[in-house]
Design a protein around this ligand. Structure first.
Ligand code: FCA
Length: 329
């Protein structure tokens, strides 16, 4: 009896070894993860969770930062020459959509997008490319609501309050986010006339700072300010600019979107700042889940969902650790 089991186990082990050999193992799968702003904590987190997927599934992840169109096209060729089978991208410019689709096709690479959805020549979303983004309008509304609630709590007179809209309207998800914030603010009674548009040239803290600085200087009549934008960096820039003009924690309510280190570093400061809160979104879903989807597509021919929109949750200095834990971060 014992002998029979031992022989059986040996046969099983041999069969497993053979099947692993014939499929070539998982190490042949290679996936690119291209992001527009590799220095931004959100994208570093996305990469971190993509790495986790690579470890678990046993594929190779190639991380590439591509801050402009030229670098995106080079990155795709680069992936092709490294024998990758597919890539996930957050492009620096969604209007590169048709070129990215064409290049991926020419190079025989599967393509998925994350965060920023590609558009065609008429500005419409390219819906043939599987995409994972955030529910931008809804999350923007959460931002606006959080600001309105906090203003009310502080008893601010809306007439004496200016709202900085740090805008980047060439990116549809950015416009949807700030429009959502405005919708919630105005629904709560905030005067439309007090919304100051401050366009940023790039979606980082420095450019947001410059945009906010000009807007605050040009509008000296307000006693308090609130600020929102497409991400935490936009709001951080606004908060720093306001500080420079004497508006500190008790006269500024900034609510960002992201909830990665840009926000957490701010909450970790001993004294509260004008950065009141952030709507936490999930770099885990955007990094890990997209990578697993791409892996399944390459390995098992299982196509990813066409469109996934993820949700967010407000965090403040008081509850950020708790909520991040709940979200598995
Ligand atoms: C865009 C923004 C990022 C992040 C992401 C989800 O790409 O630029 O900061 O918010 O969407």
């Amino acid at each position: 009896m014992k002998n029979k089991i031992a022989t059986g186990l040996k046969v099983l082990a041999l069969a497993l070894t053979l099947s692993a050999c014939s499929s070539g193992g998982n190490d042949q799968v290679k996936i690119g993860f291209v992001v527009k702003q590799p220095e931004e904590p959100w994208f570093q987190d996305e990469w971190k969770y993509a790495e986790q997927a690579a470890k678990e599934k046993g594929f190779t992840l190639v991380k590439i930062g591509a801050p402009d169109g030229g670098q995106v096209l080079t990155a795709i060729d680069n992936l092709k020459s490294q024998h990758a089978q597919g890539f996930i991208i957050c492009t620096p410019d969604v209007k590169l959509g048709p070129s990215i689709v064409a290049k991926a096709k020419a190079d025989g690479l599967k393509l998925m997008t994350v965060d920023d959805r590609l558009v065609d020549g008429s500005g419409n979303a390219i819906d043939t490319v599987p995409h994972m983004g955030i529910s931008a309008s809804k999350i923007g509304e959460q931002v606006g609501q959080a600001i309105a609630d906090e203003m009310k709590k502080r008893g601010w007179n809306p007439e004496e309050t200016g709202a900085l809209r740090i805008s980047y309207d060439q990116l549809p998800t950015a416009k949807e986010r700030t429009d959502g914030a405005i919708a919630a603010l105005t629904a709560a009674g905030f005067p439309t006339a007090n919304i100051v548009n401050a366009p940023e040239a790039k979606t980082d803290t420095e450019n947001a700072f410059n945009a906010a600085n000009i807007a605050i200087t040009q509008n000296p009549k307000y006693k308090h300010w609130v600020a929102f934008g497409l991400n935490d960096e936009a709001v951080l820039g606004a908060v720093r600019a306001a500080e420079g003009r004497g508006f500190r924690a008790d006269n500024m309510i900034g609510v960002g979107i992201g909830g990665s280190n840009s926000a957490l570093n701010e909450f970790a400061k001993g004294e509260p700042t004008g950065f009141f809160g952030s709507v936490l979104i999930s770099p885990k879903r955007h990094g890990y889940e997209t990578s697993v989807n791409m892996y399944e597509w390459i390995k098992n021919d299982k196509a990813p969902p066409q469109l996934t929109l993820t949700t967010g949750q407000l965090i403040t200095k008081a509850n950020s650790a708790e909520v991040r834990k709940e979200m598995g971060l």
